[in-house]
Structure formats: C-alpha cells, structure tokens
Design a protein. Structure first.
Ligand SMILES: [Fe+2]
Ligand SMILES: [Fe+2]
Length: 269
C-alpha cells in the first residue's frame, strides 16, 4: 500500500462548462463533465462508507491511510463542486433531484460491510480511470488548469487505490460481496456517466448527429477509446487473488507529482 498524501490545491479553480473542454470533441468533453458531476456525490458515499470502521481499524498504517483517504476525497469533492459551477451556468442539471436522499437511502439499505465492498469496487474503477487518463493523451488539448486538476485527482486515486480494499479485507473479506459490490458499482457508474453525457449533448443540441454517434462508439470500441482502455483493467478485479497493489504505480505517481508541482501544498502528517 502506498503512502496516502492529501494535497490541497492552491491555484484558483476554474469552472467547467462547455462542449469544447476537449478541442473538437464534444463527446469526450461531456464525458469528463459528466464524470466531474458524479464525483462529489460518489465521494460523499465513499467517505460515509469508510467512517463507521475508522475507530476500530487494528492496523495503525491502514488506519492512518483511511484517514488520509477521507481527506483526499474531501478535497476532490470540493474542487469538483467548484468546477461544476460552470455547468450549472450553462443550465446543465448538475444536482440531480433527490440525489443526496438516494445516497443516504442506499447507505441504510445495504449493510455497512456491503457499502464498504461497493466502495472498494468503485475505488478500483476510479483508480483505473485515473491510470488510463494519466497514461493517455485525452487531456492534451484541454485548458491547462482543468487538465492539471484532473491529473491531480487521478494521481491521488492511484495512490489510495488499495486503502478501502485492504480495509474490507480486515473487517469482512467475503469474496462474493466484493465481486457483487464491483458489479453494482461499475454498472451504476457507467449508466450514470453515460446518461449525464447524453443529457449534456442533448442540451447543446448535438445529440442527434452522426458525428456524435460515431464519437460515442469510439469511446467504447476504438483502440484509443477511454472506455475500451478501462475495460480489461476493470475486469482484473475478478481474477483469483487480485490485489490493487499487484500493479506498481509508484513511478507513474512520482512523475505526475513532479509535473504538477506548484498547484498544491502537502498537508503535514
Ligand atoms: Fe476522488
Ligand atoms: Fe478515490
């Protein structure tokens, strides 16, 4: 497990808000916009699922990592809430009706252990997206400040990728819960992201175009399509004896941290 280091953004945070986030690609632009609208609510769920276990974590290193995981997710949520303000100005539906209520209901509906399994699965998903974003060139033509924020978020997702997985192993460890959590979590994330992306494209009057349809397809099936790149890495989760740390991301993180120097301060331990 890597050391989890909360990094607080010090630069002014811009606002998202158009289909030209990625030059000449409204589909990819709204894919990132959709992800951004999903983060604050998702991260609130992740934090709430970890909190009930914090005080009883026996392993001191894991306990400290879980506390720092919460700190990182709080920072992500804050930054994306500001980024998302631009989307609201464009009359995009950012706060979906009853969203908070539904999250609270989900937390009560499942057991605390299963909520943790759901978070472990979704953390694998966010780490996978982060890994693909950092290694790809999807943000090459994006406004540098926005790109840096997505890179900062991605690097921290990689850094804390095994925290909730390890925590789940300590408190429960049941494989079927982990697998089911992953299936439900991935399905929900995929459907929500896609439906928001479609909503944004519709608002822009770009949905019913051949070029849009082609780009949505590209996202899924082309060699460089972000979703195609994520799929095999996501499925790794179901391999026997899988552990997120089986892929060493230390150098990738160090490299990105170096590139981003100056946009954040590190909170002293
Ligand atoms: Fe996050
Ligand atoms: Fe995360």
């Amino acid at each position: 497990m890597l050391k989890v280091i909360p990094r607080k953004i010090t630069m002014p945070i811009p606002e998202l808000g158009s289909n030209s986030l990625v030059k000449n690609n409204p589909v990819l632009s709204h894919f990132f916009n959709a992800l951004s609208t999903l983060f604050p609510i998702g991260e609130a769920f992740f934090i709430a699922s970890v909190k009930p276990f914090i005080n009883n974590i026996k392993d001191e290193v894991l306990r400290k990592s879980a506390i720092d995981f919460i700190e990182q997710e709080k920072n992500h949520s804050y930054v994306h809430t500001i980024l998302n303000r631009g989307l609201e100005k464009y009359n995009m539906k950012v706060r979906y009706k009853n969203q908070e209520f539904r999250t609270k209901k989900a937390l009560r509906f499942y057991s605390s252990e299963f909520n943790l399994a759901l978070t472990a699965g979704m953390e694998h998903l966010t780490a996978t997206i982060g890994y693909v974003i950092i290694r790809g060139n999807y943000l090459n033509n994006v406004h540098v400040q926005v790109a840096d924020l997505f890179y900062w978020h991605s690097l921290e997702e990689l850094e804390h990728k095994s925290v909730v997985f390890n925590l789940f192993q300590e408190v429960d460890g049941t494989q079927w819960k982990l697998n089911l959590g992953m299936i439900i979590g991935s399905f929900m994330t995929y459907i929500t992201t896609l439906s928001r992306m479609v909503h944004f494209l519709h608002k822009d009057g770009l949905l019913f175009r051949f070029a849009t349809f082609k780009e949505i397809l590209n996202l899924h099936i082309s060699q460089e399509g972000i979703l195609r790149k994520c799929l095999p890495l996501t499925i790794d989760f179901f391999k026997p004896n899988f552990h997120p740390d089986q892929r060493d991301d230390f150098e990738l993180i160090a490299d990105m941290e170096n590139k981003l120097k100056g946009i954040f301060i590190v909170k002293e331990a």
